[in-house]
Design a protein around this ligand. Structure first.
Ligand code: RAM
Length: 331
């Protein structure tokens, strides 16, 4: 064998070895959440692991800051870039503040999607909404209005003031008020930052400032539990109805004790599963995110991207005395 041929054979061999080594390496998908210690995100993590098992060659890195802030998420993302993950799927604490660091990730070949709480279009390839924003906005008001035939004062206890998802739902709720719920009077919106202690203080503050309040609407699984606990502790069951978006496993006791009549949510396990599925398909270049694209989300079905490269997963589901027991065992 002449020297040139020898060199060519060696090169071909090492290319083949490199390819098989690359293949053996798993696809690293980071599921970045608003903050750790939140049962909603833990349920999404369960779904992500289910998808990873199904897809076969995936490693899930479940991470996020201790406090739900964009600054803290920027640090997390910088470390994921250094770790050379293949994909980042983020529920964002701010639509704009994360754009520069996520752009940096994409420039380095990392797939970036947002899910649950979105990032502005320039900072991600696609965004997976849990449900259509207008539908969630209307649903959270309807949950209160259904139990207020005479109408009355209600207040919103949200997550952080920069959270993309809650802000969009509140905007949609406000839009629906005059047309669909003319007897409901929204007196205030306060922010508990998805922190139990802060949410508790804010709920107490609302009850003090508005003694005639008929309902607290908390479109956050953390805030809704805090508000229902406050209503329970202050002996206001029957006077103030707590509602919003709640995880049945955490909230069942407040349907049972009457602090709440009904709450809603989508399936958080399916949401984590679907986000992982999408991140994987983009990372391995099986799919491309562009308006009109129809993308598979495995056993959950399919989504079609809109002009903003966003799509909803499914409709929210209502939980009350008739069904919360069953769902509380699932998520
Ligand atoms: C909290 C978070 C999350 C939101 C749910 C409903 O867990 O704010 O982003 O989707 O509530």
């Amino acid at each position: 064998m002449n020297i040139l041929k020898k060199l060519m054979v060696t090169a071909a061999l090492s290319a083949a070895m490199f390819a098989s080594a690359a293949h053996a390496e798993s696809i690293k998908i980071a599921l970045v959440v608003k903050s750790l210690g939140n049962g909603f995100f833990d349920a999404a993590h369960t779904g992500a692991q289910e998808a990873a098992k199904e897809l076969g060659d995936v490693e899930i890195i479940y991470t996020g800051p201790t406090k739900a802030t964009a600054e803290a998420q920027i640090e997390v993302i910088n470390s994921l870039i250094a770790q050379k993950v293949n994909a980042i799927a983020i529920s964002a604490n701010d639509p704009d503040a994360l754009v520069p660091v996520l752009k940096k990730a994409m420039e380095r070949g990392i797939t970036v999607i947002s899910w649950d709480s979105g990032v502005a279009k320039e900072g991600r390839q696609l965004h997976l909404n849990p449900s259509a924003t207008d539908l969630i906005g209307k649903t959270i008001i309807k949950l209160a209005a259904d139990y207020l035939p005479e109408g009355g004062d209600v207040a919103i206890l949200s997550a952080s003031s920069t959270a993309t998802n809650q802000n969009a739902w509140i905007e949609a709720a406000k839009k629906a008020l005059p047309t669909d719920f003319p007897k409901i009077n929204l007196v205030a919106t306060v922010y508990g930052d998805d922190d139990s202690a802060k949410s508790t203080d804010e709920a107490k503050g609302l009850l003090k400032s508005y003694p005639g309040l008929k309902a607290i609407i908390a479109p956050t699984t953390v805030g809704v539990v805090a508000a229902a606990q406050v209503v329970t502790d202050e002996n206001l069951i029957g006077k103030v109805n707590v509602t919003g978006l709640a995880l049945p496993s955490e909230f069942k006791k407040f349907i049972d004790n009457g602090a709440s009549q009904a709450v809603a949510l989508w399936n958080p396990i399916d949401l984590g599963y679907s986000a992982t599925y999408l991140a994987y398909d983009l990372a391995v270049k099986k799919d491309e995110a562009k308006p009109g694209a129809e993308l598979s989300i495995g056993r959950v079905g399919k989504i079609t991207l809109d002009d903003d490269n966003s799509a909803p997963m499914a409709d929210p589901f209502t939980f009350d005395k008739s069904n919360i027991e069953k769902f509380s065992k699932i998520y």
